[in-house]
Every structure is written in structure tokens, then in C-alpha cells.
Design a protein around this ligand. Sequence first.
Ligand code: CFM
Length: 546
Amino acid sequence: MNEEYNMPIPGEEFKEEVLNAYAPKLAKKRGRQIVVNKVEEGDAVPEILANTRTAPGIITMRGCAYAGCKGVVLGPTRDILQITHGPIGCAFYSWLTRRNKTRPTSPDEPNYMTYTMSTDLQEDEIVFGGEKKLMAAIDEAVALFHPKAIGIFATCPVGLIGDDVHAVARQAEEKYPGINVFGFSCEGYKGVSQSAGHHVANNKVFTDVVGLNDTAKPGKFRVNILGEYNIGGDAFEIERLMAACGFTLHSTFSGNSTYDEFTSAHTADLNTVMCHRSINYLAEMMESKYGIPWFKVNFVGAEATAKSLRKMAQFFGDPELIAQTEKVIEQEMVEVSKVRDDVKSRCDGKTALNFVGGSRAHHYQEILKEIGVTTVVAGYEFAHRDDYEGRKVIPTISVDADSRNIEELKVEPDTTRYSPRITAEDKAKREAEGFAFSDYRGMMADMPDKTLVIDDCNHFELEVLIDMYKPDLVCAGIKEKYIVQKRGIPMKQLHSYDYMGPFAGFKGAINFYHEIDRLLNSNAFKFVKAPWDSAPELTATYGVNA
Ligand code: CFM
């Protein structure tokens, strides 16, 4: 049903090429993770295997559960003091390398993001236990910073030696009444990827933070944004637009956010979900407990931004809000269209590979399309089948031992605070008119037929893709960046945006168009020759045999 993309090499041919290099058992598994797209009636797409373990030895693009919990979901909050219980490296590498920004409202407001706090576990603690050191770290943190809340994050060794971060959190709360201390069992190995850490983070934020304070922020049309992490200033641009349209942004989970905004987030009237993968759990649980409806939005790309703002205005149905939103879109689109058309004249017809975590591989296809760049191969590092095929497949997703490892909370309506923001009849009526609630249609429905979808792509496969499809642009992460660039292919990091941003909203779209224009139309990359093409391969022998 979707337009067909005429791939230079059929996807099946690529599949055969890479699967041949694998041992039979792995080839069988990878065969189910590499899919040639075809969209049928009702957005039905082929099934893809996702959210399963990466085979040992493969250089995966994935990260760990700790990264998903501390780095991704909680990291962008500025005033929850976050202690990594573990070796120093885990804390160091989760220290703002994702470029999540924040903007305290005054110089006195706490901002712990400029620090990284760790218990710096040593061999002694690995042998004798590290809980005392954790408590000492909390004592030190309280004495120095007097935080409202402390999050403790477990790393792999902590899980292996059996330190109980939750017990220490409870002791700390007794010792320091008034400080909310909570632990996360987000040991790196907890799941098959970051995704497990997202779920752990969602659960704890839901049980220990959201709902503690019933004071609503003043204002009309009160909205939370879930799954927006303010990379390169994205949230600042979204905040600007929301204010201009007349929405009240109550809290963002978790770009440019504070603890107090989280505690009262349940007072908002609408949850919008930007990154479905990392935060759909919280949206679902807040709906069950408090009656807040949610729907998916996307602020990457000018069209997507306009569509999302319109949908939000339509949800509230206020004529003034709708008119003001239209006015903002119209004003913003003047400059957007000008730059887009100019950039498109130079980028039209180019191709891209797009491999990002769990939502950007989808979102960035739309913005690339705006300047005429087609994503011929895309994949998520760690998303689930619903992010590929749409939420309609959730009932058919098989639960394995790894996913069972993460607690699925049973959530009941709050006895006093459950209040459905719209009636069941109103919701049904709107749904009949095509207004989708609690839904995500997934990436594949938006991709042309015959394009390739690859889950948990690895470095070997990326190299074969580049050889076979000769893309004009590769979008991926830091681990991929240098191999791609050394081959003379422009590469854009879509995790940290390298040194740029914002890319969200209208001004962000303009930034992105310019950046892709510079990358695709600069001559510099044409002069790059991969060092391994001219220099002999290095060989060596073990010293002991010399
Ligand atoms: Fe969501 Fe994200 Fe992403 Fe993600 Fe990530 Fe990220 Fe990502 Mo890097 S929360 S899934 S775990 S949109 S850090 S801000 S860019 S892999 S595609």
C-alpha cells in the first residue's frame, strides 16, 4: 500500500550476503531481524524479531540497562541528586555525553547535572560489599547539597555482589526525613539493552515520585511531554512553541525538568508521548491510575511539529487555542518553507541509512523526507515489535525470560484522585472521527515498500550495507561515526547531534536542514580515502611465541 522504493540491490540479496557470514543458528535468528518492508491493508507489516539478546562477539550498536535508566530517563532531571553505585567508569560515561541540556530558573536553583556522583567501587568493596560506601556517599551528598531527592543507580558489579540499593535507600530516608531516596535495580545486564533500564526507571518514578504533590501549576490547557530529553536544546524549542500557542507545559519527562514537576505531573490534563519506547509505560500507568489520556506526538520535522501542535489544540477543542496554534504554525512556516525549498533543491534524491535507538530512526525519516532524502534502510537498536509494527501487535508479542525480568506493575485507579479527563463517550466519539489515543503506529507503516528494516544492526552489517547501497548519508551514533566518515561518507550523529541542535520544532528543523545540506553538499568527504584501502592490514604475533 505504500509507495515502493526502487532499491539498487534487493533487500533479499543483502540478507543472503550477511547471513552467509554467520553460523547457522545465528543466521536463522538474524534472518528474522532483517525484514524487507511491505505495508498492506490496515498498516499490516511483516513481523520482525526485536528486543532479544545480541549474540556474544557481535559489535552491537546497543547500550546497557544502566544507560537506559540513569543516562536516558533520569539523567536529564537537574535536581534529583543521582548517585551511580559502581565503578567510576559507569558514572563518567553517563555524564552529559548525550548533551541533554537544562536551564535552571535562577542561580540559586539546584542543578546537579554539572556533576557526576559515584561510589567509585574498588576491589575491596567487590569482595566485602559496597553498601557502607553507598551510605557514606549519601551522607556526603546530603551534607554538601541538601537535595530534595536522591536516586541511586545500580551497575553490573553491584548486582553481582548483591548490594541492596533499595535497603540503603530506606535507611537513608530514615536517617534524613524529608529527603526522598529511591534506588533503581538497573544493573547493566538487567535486560538485553537500554530498553530494560527505561522500564525500571518508569516504574520507580511512577511509584516513588509522581503523585506526591497535588498542587497543579496554574494555567489552562495543561500538558506533560513524556519522552523528550532535551538533547541539544530540543525541549527549549518545544517549550517556546507551546507557550506561543497557549499551552501550559506542566512537566517534561525529563528534558529540562525538576523533581517538583514530576511529583505533581498527575495533575495535568494530557500526556503527550514523544519517544514511545522509553516512556510508554509511564503514560499507560498514569492513565490507569489518574485518568490522564495520552497520545503520540512528534516534534522532529516541521510537518510533524505542526501536526502534533494541531492535535494537542484539537484535544482541548478551545477555539481560541486552535486559532492561536494555527497562527503560530503559519508564522513559523514562512522561514521553514524558504530554507526547506532551498536545501531540497540540493539534497533531493539522496539516500540515507538511519540507525538510532528506539524512536529517532523513525522520527528522523520524516524530517529527511522534507528535504528530499529517502531513508532506504532503517532500524532501531533496542526497540520492541510495537515500535516497528505498531501497538496493535502488543497482544501477540511473546514474553521471554529477559523481558519477564523487569517488573510489570499492576496499576489500579487511585481511590480519590482518579478522574478521567474526557468521558468514555467523548473518547469513543473522537476515536470514531480518527483521533488516535494511546496509540503508536510504528516505523514500518511509514517506510516505503521494499526498503530494509534491521533490528539491532551491527558493525559488520553496516559495512556490507555501505558497500551494497552506497548511501549518501549515514545517521547513527558515536560508535559508528568514525568508520563511516573514514570511508568518505557523511555521517550525522542522531543521539547527541554531535555539537549541534536543537533539531526539534520549527527552528530545529531549519537547523537540521542546514546541517544535512552542509554534509551532503560539501566536497570535503570526497577527498577522504579509508586508511585500510591503501595501507596493509596490520598483523602481529603474541610476544610469548616470538
Ligand atoms: Fe527515545 Fe531518546 Fe531514542 Fe532512547 Fe537513547 Fe536518545 Fe536514542 Mo541515544 S530515549 S529511544 S535510549 S529518543 S539516548 S534521547 S538518541 S538511543 S533513538
